[in-house]
Design a protein around this ligand. Sequence first.
Ligand SMILES: Cc1ncc(COP(=O)(O)O)c(C=O)c1O
Length: 436
Amino acid sequence: MNDQSQIPNDLDSFWMPFTASRWFKSNPRLIGSAEGVHYTTMDGHKLIDGTGGLWCCNAGHNHPRIVAAIQGQAATLDFAHSFNQGHAIAFQAASRLTELAPGFDHVFFTNSGSEAVDTALKIALAYHTANGEGERRMLVGRQKAYHGINFGGLSVGGIGLNKGQFGTLYPSTAHMRHTLLPENAFTRGQPQSGAYLAEDLAGIIETYGGHTIAAVIVEPVAGAGGVFPPPVGYLERLRELCDRHGILMILDEVITGFGRFGTAFASQHYGVTPDLFTVAKGLTNATVPMGGVFASSKVREAFLKGPDAMPDLFHGYTYSGHPLACAAALATLDVYRDEGIFENAAAMAPVWEEMLHSVQDAPGVMDVRNAGILGAVQLQSGETVGAAGRAMFEKLWDLGLSVRPIGDSLAMSPPLTLTEGDIAQIGKVLNKGLRG
Ligand SMILES: Cc1ncc(COP(=O)(O)O)c(C=O)c1O
């Protein structure tokens, strides 16, 4: 049981993100503490954290080495900025990170995934400006894509509900179709069919001219749009088209980074190398907010042609390279390495896949999708889209498992420390919820 004196008596002041606040308040689910793969609510209900925070606690919760690193850093250097001055730990964190991504020798730090995406898009625009190709202004995204909620990321994103309240956003965008095809239902891992959808980029190039396009951004595996892996050959074809037309390819690895596929990044798992890629979440095991953009030397060098005394990129955040975040990142990388977290994800992936597909024939299940330690169970929608997903979320919560309803899909992304026993327990609760 958690400390009951901490239960708030006012649920109005906190304007919650992406939350149906009246529904939340009708039965507030308040988490009080966490450890490993578990959460405990304020009233003592223990749950498996099937969503790894929000796709981010890859090393499990409250890891003692990460906790100690943050505490130690707070007592040594709480804050210093990085505008024309520096502090050692930011350089250490960046260089440790680049070791995980051969070919990417540079990292720009942000405070979130949304900021990482907007930073990557701005770097792409500025790269072309630096190369004398300022007519490249179009940014290409994809339907059902989620790239955070800032202006750039929302513009290239493809979830209508997220955009509808806000009008035009960045004016020069085009969107490819998504790759969630009904004929691929119940595919294990990458679907065989759908690479042809990459030809949407060829169509956009034909319509607007390749010389007007700055960048294409996709998630290697679409996450918040419903969890669907790329069809075989799809990412490769996008890469080919980008190369042919001088377009930068950005992979948004905010969810897929840091071991979820057994490799440091999903691009390594799928064998497709972007020009820029974004990270956040698992970068610090979600303990301190931090994001980043990895840049290849080709991109970085374009910025080093101006006068020595001028900033080479007019962009940055007060908290870019925040010491606490850097300490958390370094400790997190140590834990990933020393405890074989990525290797565990690789070993557990087939067990995870088997468990997820064990619910295929449960009533109302329309699709099961998986990739690495990611997955979604899609339920039959009722009259109101999302109602079935929300009802199942509530039921599973009561049974001891947290999942993330996305419409009527139940998305899962547990900590990568999970054991066969944890997977079996998730399977037991899922089956009970879906069949009970
Ligand atoms: C692919 C992707 N990009 C960007 C973001 C935004 O990250 P943040 O919520 O840290 O701004 C998310 C968040 O889930 C994401 O899934």
